[in-house]
Each structure stands twice: as C-alpha cells, then as structure tokens.
Design a protein around this ligand. Structure first.
Ligand SMILES: [Zn+2]
Length: 262
C-alpha cells in the first residue's frame, strides 16, 4: 500500500488531469466551427489549402447562383469528394429582406419580402438537391442569408429539411442552451489574429460553442479578414486541438442533438 501511494505522488499531472476529464465537447474544453459564406473563390484558393495542410475541417455555405459556385463546380466537387469539409445550404439566390434600412443593395428579384414561405422552402430544397449531386449527402445544415429568418411574421424554415441552422447573433453558449435552428455566430470583419484567438480562449474558459462566420479571407468581399489573421487563428486551433474540438457545423450540431437526447 505504501508503495502504491508513493507511485501516485509521482504520476505526471497530465495523466491525472486526463483521468479527471469530464468536459462537454467530446472531452474537450470547447467546440469551434469555421464557417465560410457565399461560395467565394478565396475559399477554394486561400482557405481550403490551409485547412487541408493543417488537417482541419470547415463548413462552406454555398449559394449556387453565385459565380464562385457555378464557375468552379469541379473544384467544389473535389472538396466534396475528399469528404473533409461540409458543404452547407445558403439558398440558391441568397434572398434577404430588402425593405429595411441599410439594405438598398438587395435586388428586387431577390428580395425575401416578396417571397412566399413555400417559394423559399422550394428554393432551399432545390439547393439541397444541387448539393447532394456534389457530395451525395442527405443530411444538411443551413445558414440564413443575412441572418433573416422570417418572411413577414412567419419563420420560413421547415425544420424537417435540415439538421440545424446557423444564425448571426453573437453568443457564446454552453451545450444545453443552444437553439439548433438559430445557432449564434461571430462575424469576422477586420479582426486581428490575436482578437480572434481571444474569442477562442473565452470559449475554452467557459466551455461554450464558438462559431466563426467568414466571408472574404484575403479579399473578394467587403466583409473581410486578412490572410495573416485567419492563419494565426487556424494555427492556434491546431496547436490546441487536444483542448478544442474543431469540426464542421453539422458534426457539432448533431453531437449537441445526441447529447441533449440522452
Ligand atoms: Zn451570405
């Protein structure tokens, strides 16, 4: 007995810690999803090569009417075939509510306020069909274009069509407080790498889910982050992958669903 006690005193702290683990995100401190909207060329050219080199997986919300999708279908197919990254639904035409301040840029034909709920659901279902032709998958997650969830007073999403949906409210939430059809996300616009890392550290300290929402990465969109800041964030995530679960949005939200059912 004396001998055992003596040995216990010399067990490295890392082993003792791992034995005590009971952390909510696959035994890690937090979960992080990297989501990229609007089928931009920079996602194929800048983001995916970096993610692949680090063996990290991202989520790409595709509006299939955008040139970055239809001009580069073969490249998106390759992404799908490699089966590493998630292709998510972001509507075909990316309709947003035009009749609110600051939305002068919304084209009348793509104004969500002129849609019926049925038309929107049909568009979402057809976009799922298009994405299925690329990756063969039936389960899909969704990101609300412009964060608009309603047409008039009606929520338009038919939950049967999607596993989960990403909104745009900035919130850090623990696993049992997440609304799977309005998961929060932090838009990345001009932050430094250090600022993005601070957000991850907050999620780690509070055991929450953190979803990053990127548009431009090294250009191509007015909502942009520098290549350097993006790279710093990804290197930090890689370095701490024993503590941070980095996974596509659909993987994390399916895990949340399964955990809450237990
Ligand atoms: Zn969008």
């Amino acid at each position: 007995m004396k001998k055992l006690l003596f040995l216990a005193a010399f067990i490295p702290s890392s082993i003792t810690l791992s034995a005590q683990k009971n952390l909510p995100w696959k035994n890690k401190k937090c979960a992080v999803s990297l989501t990229y909207d609007d089928a931009l060329n920079v996602h194929l050219d800048n983001v995916i090569p970096l993610l692949d080199s680090l063996k990290l997986r991202g989520t790409f919300y595709l509006s299939t009417f955008f040139p970055g999708f239809y001009n580069r279908i073969e490249d998106w197919k390759k992404v799908a075939r490699a089966n590493r990254h998630e292709l998510g639904n972001h509507c075909i035409y990316h309709p947003c509510t035009g009749r609110i301040p600051g939305r002068d840029w919304v084209k009348p034909d793509q104004d969500l306020s002129t849609y019926t709920v049925q038309r929107m659901r049909d568009e979402l279902r057809m976009n799922n069909v298009i994405l299925k032709m690329l990756d063969g998958k039936i389960k899909r997650s969704f990101a609300y274009p412009c964060g608009d969830m309603k047409i008039g007073d009606s929520l338009y999403l038919d939950r049967k069509d999607f596993v989960s949906a990403r909104g745009v409210e900035e919130k850090f939430l623990p696993i049992n407080k997440i609304d799977l059809y309005n998961v929060g996300a932090f838009s990345v616009v001009g932050q430094t790498g250090e600022q993005l890392i601070e957000q991850v550290k907050y999620a780690m300290a509070n055991n929450t889910y953190l979803v990053f929402l990127f548009h431009g990465v090294g250009g191509e969109h007015s909502l942009n982050v520098s290549l350097e800041a993006h790279r710093k964030l990804l290197l930090f995530l890689k370095k701490h992958e024993k503590e941070i679960w980095v996974a596509p949005f659909i993987d994390v939200t399916e895990y949340i669903q399964a955990t809450l059912k237990k």
